[in-house]
Design a protein around this ligand. Sequence first.
Ligand SMILES: [Mn+2]
Length: 337
Amino acid sequence: MAEDFVFGNFLGLPEKTDSVDIAILQVPYELTTSYGQGTALGPEACIEASTQVELFDSDLGEDLPGNQSIFTVQPWDGEGATLLLQLDGISNYLSPWFHGDCFPLVLGGEHGILPPLVNACRNHKLVNNDLSNLTIVQIDAHADLRSELGGEKFSHACAASRSLDLGIKELFQAGIRAYSKEENEIIQSDKRITTFFARDTQNSNGGKVWSQWLEQLDKISGPVHLTIDIDGLDGVLVPATGTPVPGGLTFWQVAETIATLFNSKTATVVSADINEIVPQKDTPLTQFTAAMLAAKVVSSHIISKREGRWQPYSKQQGKIRQLGVGNYFSSQSSKDY
Ligand SMILES: [Mn+2]
């Protein structure tokens, strides 16, 4: 353990300057996870586990933070009397970090955080308040394309549907292996959606199909948000997540997805989230897997910045920021969804 180790900070790293290069945001939100419980405790567990992640990154060629200032922001406060007010609260918590002066990495919390997170992406200069500029890349076991689950349109099972409703450009999914007939029909008919099913990428011919996934990612242009539901990984790696499913992606496939996106010459990853983290009690494997992926996102971002593919898109705003004041979700009548 380093002498300057700081508990409660991502990777245990101290913040060295007043500027923020990478913001680690925590959204301990749990409303609708099917039968696992504890995603509200996920961000904190991931940050604790991150202190055991090796700081040396072989792609980066040096120790994190790679001369960057990584700032671990206080968690979202959970305020909001109704579900829609909570979604606005999440969006307003995230927004100040989404102006493009730093890179925001969000730790969840259940996947229901995605729509307010996408809404916060409007603030980025490359998105320019027009979500039809934004592509989402999703790692997940579930398509999350339901119209509702148990009467709830903002269920985690609807995260991708609600993001499409917000008007995003395209959605690319991999790891998908648990989905309904309705979701299958949406995947086949909605031209904005490209889905790579786990049965095709993980079988004995999977290597070829996996290469096609990486080729697809390489063709994306413009701003991208990367959303990693850790249940996209095989259940053995993340047994404590809300709904672990066998037959999923390997750790290295997800790491390769991250690296490919951040290495793209045409796309800019403007933000990322890692969600459905649940603390595992007998072994820290689940939260440690999430922390390893978080570190990979951070190192990949630093490489893209170093190589000129990411640059600050607005003036540095420092560590103390005003919360957003939007009311996008609470101003929608529930029948609009
Ligand atoms: Mn999901």
